[in-house]
Design a binder for this molecule. Structure first.
Ligand code: HEM
Length: 270
């Protein structure tokens, strides 16, 4: 019975489907096998005999990729890749690839990169649940700090953009006039919410604050990301699909679901 189900699953397999989704479906089949047969044996057999190649790969990554490999290979690679947007601008400027208004291009690009990193930061924990690869959380601090890094350049470029054309005093006056407008106010809110996250990202701060308090502070990443998305789409007159909003809503929904189901199961155990 379970083997039939597995065969149907393989037949329906869409090669473009994400590895994590397929692995999750496969895990669900193995879990059902275990529930129905009442023993772990059939589930283990299914897993051993029919493990899809990607699951094989994930299993290899889970078991073989040591902390040292993550620390000395994967993390530097992710770090270098995260810096590519910064290196792109001087290159693009030297090749005359930036548009007629390079500062405005940098303001927009850095805004997008900050938001991408912020969304990735909140996606890492659901990705860990989906794939079972716990090492995802080891990248959370780095990715989160890159979100802050790009937000800081975004803000600096916004000031520079204006101060190159005007005297600094006029720029400050223009910024003060801009600040109460919803687009800017929400942008400031997002940046301000990221400051305590960046400031408490060190191991020393985790120790000093203690786990629960530190986790409480780091939940600010959600309002920061929501504010970033609202800022980006403001005034929400776009006719295209607000991709970042959809993605963030899905992540928040997954987290709320996990939170409520954990609380419910803790309640039944009491
Ligand atoms: C310090 C507060 C902030 C200020 C003053 C600010 C200001 C700006 C300005 C002037 C633009 C360019 C609008 C244009 O000419 O098209 C912009 C765009 C953008 N900002 Fe911000 N921003 C702030 C914070 C943030 C933060 C924290 C994020 C990300 C989390 C962000 C994400 C974006 C994005 C994605 C865009 C591109 C929007 C588009 O063109 O569709 N901003 N921001």
């Amino acid at each position: 019975m379970i083997r039939h189900e597995y065969a149907a699953f393989c037949k329906d397999f869409d090669p473009l489907e994400k590895v994590g989704e397929r692995a999750a479906k496969f895990r669900a089949i193995a879990e059902r096998a275990m529930c129905r047969s009442g023993t772990a044996k059939e589930a283990t057999d299914v897993a051993r005999l029919h493990r899809p190649p990607e699951t094989e790969m994930l299993a290899w990554v889970h078991t073989r990729m040591s902390d040292r490999a993550i620390r000395f290979i994967l993390k530097p690679v992710v770090f270098a890749a995260s810096l590519v947007p910064v290196l792109y601008w001087p290159w693009a400027a030297s090749m005359h690839q930036l548009n007629v208004n390079p500062f405005n291009a940098i303001v927009r690009d850095t805004g997008f990169w900050s938001l991408r990193f912020l969304c990735l930061t909140v996606a890492l924990t659901p990705l860990r649940w989906l794939t079972g690869w716990h090492a995802f959380v080891k990248f959370r601090r780095m990715i989160g700090l890159f979100a802050f890094f790009y937000a800081a350049i975004h803000f600096a470029a916004y000031i520079a953009f204006d101060s190159l054309r005007e005297q600094m005093s006029l720029t400050l006056r223009a910024m003060a006039a801009d600040a109460p407008r919803p687009f800017f106010a929400i942008g400031y809110l997002s940046l301000v919410l990221m400051v305590p996250l960046a400031a408490t990202s060190t191991a020393g701060m985790i120790r000093r604050l203690g786990g629960p308090r530190w986790r409480g502070v780091h939940r600010l990443v959600y309002p920061a990301a929501i504010a970033g998305v609202i800022h980006m789409y403001w005034p929400w007159t776009t006719t295209y699909l607000p991709r970042y909003a959809v993605m963030l809503a899905a992540i928040v929904a997954v987290r709320i679901h996990k939170y409520t189901s954990t609380r419910a199961s803790a309640g039944t155990q009491r």
